[in-house]
Design a protein around this ligand. Structure first.
Ligand code: IPM
Ligand code: MG
Length: 354
């Protein structure tokens, strides 16, 4: 099979972790006799520096032409005070929308060898295995009106959270389909005691649920969900949330996995796939060969699985990751007992294990 993939390393540690992920991709596809067509584009802060915009048309075209896109991370400190519509992150939001990837899967699982890396007690996290499914192309991230207007005491900032029935129904179906292949449980998260968008969310989820009679559905308020993720994370299989709730709670989920450096993600729509580590560009450690490449490497495994249906190939990557974690060759964020491994050493070890 020929895999046609667009690579967008982006900013900060995005560059280093993507480099290792691509090496893993090359290793696993070679082993299984596939060929790769890779294209690389500019996106994020580096694209602003070089072209004046975070998502140049050329990059958008590359992503549209590819079967799947792997991204690194976006954001640089020099843009911290820039308005949202000009920032590097805006390129990411535009690309998600352009590719129509409305469901963002953020698998959170515990690894035996990393139990000590989490600040939570072992018995709480041992056996955690959930997918946080975040709606990705709607809600307050995209709603209008938005902006800051007026001045003085009356200066006002506005964002709009809005969802249509169609947007809720399609991501709900994605949730139930995923649940059907797993433990058959969907927890739908909302704030329906306060928000109208959440009331519609709950109504539509309830309407879709009977299409999947073998799955169990529970509704949980977002504040309670934040607490349950820490108190009893093992109860969750698929956690379905709107865009901003998903952004917030998936960072919380990272604590269960030991480090946000472990969390891959897959954004899927009806056609294209967009893959990225959940972590950001971490400018404080960028360029130092310290960042954990496992989230980017895991995103490769997810790409093989979801975009190309190459299950054995994905499994080979997951198994290699597990083997390297067991060997103790891990980066500083996982608080190893001995000297932390470098980004490159971890990448080498995964390639070797494959
Ligand atoms: C994420 C990130 C992004 C988001 C930022 C960088 C725009 O936090 O993917 O979770 O909020 O979606
Ligand atoms: Mg986030």
């Amino acid at each position: 099979m020929n895999l046609n993939i667009c690579i967008l390393p982006g900013d900060g540690i995005g560059v280093e972790v993507t480099r290792e992920a691509v090496r893993v991709l090359e290793t696993v596809t070679k082993k299984f006799g596939h060929t790769l067509t890779l294209t690389e584009g500019l996106m994020g802060g580096i694209a602003i520096h070089k072209t004046g915009t975070p998502l140049p048309q050329e990059t958008a075209d590359l992503a549209l032409k590819a079967d799947a896109t792997l991204m690194g991370a976006f954001g640089l400190p020099e843009f911290d005070n820039w308005p949202p519509e000009k920032r590097p992150e805006r390129g990411l939001l535009a690309l998600r929308k352009l590719l129509g990837v409305y469901g963002n899967l953020r698998p959170v699982r515990s690894y035996k060898s990393l139990l000590e890396s989490s600040p939570l007690k072992n018995h709480l996290i041992d056996g955690v295995d959930m997918i946080i499914l975040r709606e990705l192309t709607g809600g307050i991230y995209y709603g209008t009106p938005r902006g800051i207007e007026g001045s003085g005491d009356d200066e006002r900032g506005t964002n709009t959270m809005t969802y249509t029935r169609k947007e809720i129904a399609r991501v709900t179906r994605m949730a139930f389909k995923l649940a059907g292949q797993r433990r058959k449980k969907v927890a739908s998260v909302d704030k329906s005691n306060v928000l109208e968008t959440s009331q519609l969310w709950r109504k539509v989820v309830n309407e879709v649920a009977p299409e999947f009679p073998d799955c169990e559905l529970e509704h949980i308020l977002v504040d309670n969900c934040a607490m349950q993720l820490i108190l009893a994370p093992k109860r969750f299989d698929i956690v379905l949330l709107e865009n901003m709730f998903g952004d917030i709670l998936s960072d919380e989920g990272a604590v269960l996995a030991g480090s946000i450096g472990m969390l891959p993600s897959a954004s899927l729509g009806d056609e294209k796939g967009l893959y990225e580590p959940v972590h950001g560009s971490a400018p404080d450690i960028a360029g130092q060969n310290k960042a954990n490449p496992m989230a980017a490497i895991g995103s490769i495994a997810a790409m093989l699985e979801y975009s190309f249906n190459l299950k054995a190939e994905a499994q080979a990557v997951y198994a290699a990751v597990e083997k390297v974690l067991d060997s103790g060759k891990v980066t500083a964020d996982l608080r190893p007992k001995g000297t932390p491994a470098t980004t490159e050493e971890v990448g080498n070890a995964v390639c070797e294990a494959i």
